[in-house]
Write a protein that binds this ligand. Structure first.
Ligand SMILES: Nc1nc2c(ncn2[C@@H]2O[C@H](COP(=O)(O)OP(=O)(O)OP(=O)(O)O)[C@@H](O)[C@H]2O)c(=O)[nH]1
Ligand SMILES: [Mg+2]
Length: 333
């Protein structure tokens, strides 16, 4: 029997995937359970959710008691900003921090030795008139994985998995990162999804970033990587030090956020605000945009006048109108 999950359930599931702390996870799991239609077809899913809720409660408990004993594990909560988030991960010295400096205005330390980065650092990457949040992270090795990185990976729209093509260790290091994550419930994939059977298991869309393509022997190492451990992710060959090689990546990162730009206009004003577009997910409706602007608008929305490629200038549209990129909308609530 199909589960026929509601829109609210799917929204809660989306928020659950984006949660950065166990407390947030618990909140959304409980909403998912409340929103789940209760019938035979969902018995199995309900049971899974209940197990996940109980596991998350235990995790919160153990974190609390651990915090008392040890002074707390390190965690850095980075608020989501911009059209979406891509998290940069990889082995030591792969060029993660260098990539952040090339794509954003952030200034993390870049150095020719491993374990330079000790703390995550966000930066905003510009694409036309919108920004995507990038997060640089400390390296991942077989014995070293900051647990909070898993939270970022789950919550992100995209992972940039970096390979160091200047080093003979690069191939093994990237394999180590993939294996390390595969040993957890936070996995890299070609698509972002939650496992249908086990909501605790998440997959985040990943790009393989073959870095230092300018280095001697880089092409040979990349070929070796393809032979020895072909990874299914879309691949970008770059030199983080050469911005000219980064444009295809910049475009693809923006595309992977799966958003459109919508500009808003106040009914009292002649001109729309063309500086700061809203960036709803593709396929979003007018009522969903209204909700992004103001919580109360979702309920009180009467109609929206729309100027856009698919709509005549200023046509009044209802809440279920599916927005297009570069629409201008005037909300009437
Ligand atoms: N030739 C070349 N060197 C690069 C490139 N990208 C980064 N590097 C160099 O590689 C070294 C490591 O760069 P980082 O950005 O610090 O590497 P990281 O992955 O952040 O390292 P950790 O923080 O230690 O994990 C630095 O000396 C960079 O200048 C590149 O595209 N080409
Ligand atoms: Mg670094």
């Amino acid at each position: 029997m199909p589960a026929n999950l509601t829109q609210q359930y799917k929204k809660a599931e989306d928020n659950y995937r984006r949660a950065q702390t166990p407390e947030e996870e618990l909140k959304w799991l409980q909403i998912m359970l409340a929103e789940m239609p209760k019938h035979k077809g969902t018995d199995h899913l309900q049971a899974k959710l209940k197990t996940q809720i109980s596991d998350t409660k235990k995790e919160i408990e153990s974190q609390r008691s651990g915090a008392k004993k040890s002074g707390g594990g390190r965690s850095f909560k980075i608020p989501r900003q911009g059209a979406g988030t891509a998290v940069i991960i990889g082995g030591p010295n792969a060029g993660k921090s260098r990539l952040l400096t090339s794509l954003t205005r952030a200034t993390p330390e870049v150095a020719p030795y491993p374990f330079t980065t000790q703390q995550p650092q966000p930066g905003m990457m510009q694409w036309e008139d919108v920004f995507v949040q990038l997060i640089d992270t400390p390296p991942i090795t077989p014995d070293f994985l900051e647990p909070y990185i898993l939270g970022y990976v789950r919550a992100a729209e995209l992972v940039l998995l970096m390979v160091d093509l200047a080093s003979d260790d690069g191939i093994e290091q990237v394999q180590d990162v993939v294996n390390r994550l595969n040993a957890t419930k936070t996995r890299l994939s070609t698509e972002s999804t939650l496992d249908e059977e086990d909501v605790g298991l998440s997959f985040t869309r990943t790009f393989l970033i073959a870095n230092k393509i300018d280095a001697e022997g880089a092409s040979e190492r990349l070929e070796l990587l393809h032979e020895l451990c072909p990874l299914p992710y879309e691949e970008f060959r770059i030199s983080a030090e050469d911005v000219a090689t980064l444009e295809p990546l910049r475009n693809a990162v923006y595309e992977a956020m799966e958003v459109i730009r919508v500009y808003t206009k106040a009914p009292s004003k002649k001109e729309a605000d063309m500086d700061r577009p809203f960036t709803p997910k593709r396929g979003s409706t007018l009522v969903e945009l209204a909700e992004m602007i103001h919580k109360d608008y979702a309920r009180s929305l009467k109609y929206g006048r729309v100027w856009g490629a698919a709509v005549h200038d200023g046509t009044p549209m209802k809440g279920d109108y599916v927005l297009n990129d570069k629409d201008i909308v005037e909300i009437h609530a």
